[in-house]
Write a protein that binds this ligand. Sequence first.
Ligand SMILES: O=P(O)(O)OC[C@H]1O[C@H](OP(=O)(O)OP(=O)(O)O)[C@H](O)[C@@H]1O
Ligand SMILES: Nc1ncnc2[nH]cnc12
Length: 178
Amino acid sequence: MAQKTVQDYIRTIPDFPHEGILFRDVTTLFQDPRGFRLAVDQLLSPFVGETIDAVAGLEARGFILGGAVAHQLSKGFVPVRKKGKLPAATIEQAYKLEYGEAVVEIHDDAVQAGDKVLIVDDLLATGGTAEAGIKLIERLGAEVIGCAFVIDLPDLGGRAKVEAMGVPVHAICSYEGL
Ligand SMILES: O=P(O)(O)OC[C@H]1O[C@H](OP(=O)(O)OP(=O)(O)O)[C@H](O)[C@@H]1O
Ligand SMILES: Nc1ncnc2[nH]cnc12
């Protein structure tokens, strides 16, 4: 039997959290030891050999993947969190949601000027979350050398938004539609 791909481990739940949405559920990928290792290996593979000083994960599923990627690369992990969760001094960045706005934060000492940072998250949709994460890291004087996702939803335009910021996008798999 052919080796399972990362996409084979992802479960699709119709009409969650709203009618008409096909929710791409990565818990079934994370809970499988082979699937989880495959995803982490494929997330970081384009960046092996590049200089990376830190891995930043976007809340919440980016923490699970980003922590594993950082460990594999023997680098530190930096959380980009929803507003109000980080205890020390932060900078914040607003971004657009489907309805309204949200705010993410990073500790102001999480990365140093000149650091090269890899951003990790589970899914790229409109790119608003990734764009906010990139802005935060760049405002601290560091450089985002790439964004790595398990899933790209190309119809929502996130890749173009991130690449327009000069940041390369790597996604393991993609799904047409929303
Ligand atoms: O490209 P975008 O349109 O910004 O969407 C992608 C983001 O949306 C999801 O997180 P969500 O905001 O649902 O937060 P959660 O992981 O805390 O549930 C996903 O895990 C990404 O972080
Ligand atoms: N279709 C989808 N599945 C899972 N997470 C999402 N975030 C935005 N769209 C999503």
